[in-house]
Design a protein around this ligand. Structure first.
Ligand code: GPP
Ligand code: MG
Length: 290
């Protein structure tokens, strides 16, 4: 096992976690699809988009077409985060929220903007912690939005302090039973968990080659849909909303194939969504009991 500094050794418990951290500290895939979109308005996302694209961006002057596509992809990614936040329920300025796998901070800043409350983002990438905390300074919200080099499976935060927790496309890197045990501990009674994820479809049986391709591209381990509900049920998380976003995300991927920032992962996403072996899902759940 590679030895890291003592703090990193405490946060990154397994070789797999170390490899995920190394990936996001030094993204081996072309990261411009995230940084160029983030530069549109300073919200840096690490998730995909939903909704109807304005396809007129493909027409008009050729020399500015790529910029128009970038702005449209970014708009759809921000719409995805807005839909996630819509499902957090009644959040007050005095409440506290947690972003599990907070990336460069996009969804956390949107949550603070909307609810005015404290947001704690956790990520196992020290690069992302630094980037997102710099953003918080720059945006003048560093007193309310903080990013921590912590493991979402074992955050070290006190029990019952979170009104809401979300994961925006991060659950494919962890064991769901471990994750929801920790979230259930952190949530106050009646607190809300919102998850947006890509999952394999149990109904079609087994994993498709396109789902395996996506796993290989990002070094993740996509879970079957059923596992989300088993792991929630085991940890006092009771679903209140389940939304299949597959049809709403396909146009984003179609538009992404037209961008010069396309990374090659567009093909397995489109194939697996269209054949039904992969699904883009939002699940909102309430923490019951104490
Ligand atoms: C997107 O991040 C999300 C992931 C890498 C997790 C995998 C998600 C699934 C639904 C399977 P990103 O914005 O960094 O990806 P990209 O660089 O491709 O835009
Ligand atoms: Mg992206």
């Amino acid at each position: 096992m590679t030895m890291l500094n003592p703090k990193a050794e405490a946060v990154l418990r397994t070789n797999y976690q170390k490899s995920v951290a190394a990936y996001w500290n030094n993204n081996p895939n072309d990261d411009r699809v995230n940084t160029v979109l983030g530069e549109v308005d300073g919200l840096y996302h690490h998730h995909y988009g939903i909704g109807e694209p304005d396809l007129s961006v493909l027409e008009g002057p050729e020399n500015t077409r790529q910029e128009r596509i970038v702005e449209e992809l970014h708009r759809l990614e921000t719409a995805q985060a807005d839909l996630l936040l819509d499902h957090l329920g009644d959040v007050r300025p005095g409440d506290r929220l947690m972003d599990g796998g907070s990336g460069r901070g996009g969804t956390s800043f949107m949550a603070n903007q909307r609810f005015g409350c404290q947001v704690d983002g956790v990520t196992i990438s020290e690069y992302q912690v630094g980037f997102a905390n710099d953003q918080a300074q720059h945006r003048g919200v560093a007193d309310k939005v903080r990013f921590h080099f912590r493991n979402m499976l074992d955050t070290g935060f006190d029990s019952g302090v979170m009104r809401g927790i979300w994961t925006n496309e991060t659950t494919m890197y962890v064991d769901l039973f471990e994750l929801f045990r920790e979230f259930s501990r952190l949530l106050e009674s009646g607190g809300r968990y919102v998850c947006i994820t890509g999952c394999s479809n149990d109904v079609t049986g087994g994993r498709s080659s396109s789902v395996s391709w996506i796993d290989a591209h990002y070094g993740c381990m996509i879970h079957p849909r059923s596992e989300y509900f088993r792991a929630m049920a085991e940890n006092d998380l009771v679903p209140i909303d389940v939304v299949d976003l597959t049809a709403a995300t396909i146009p984003y991927w179609e538009l992404r194939t037209k961008s010069e920032l396309a990374t090659g992962v567009e093909k397995p996403f489109l194939t697996s969504y269209r054949e039904g072996s992969f699904q883009y899902l939002l699940i909102a759940a309430d923490k019951v009991g104490r």
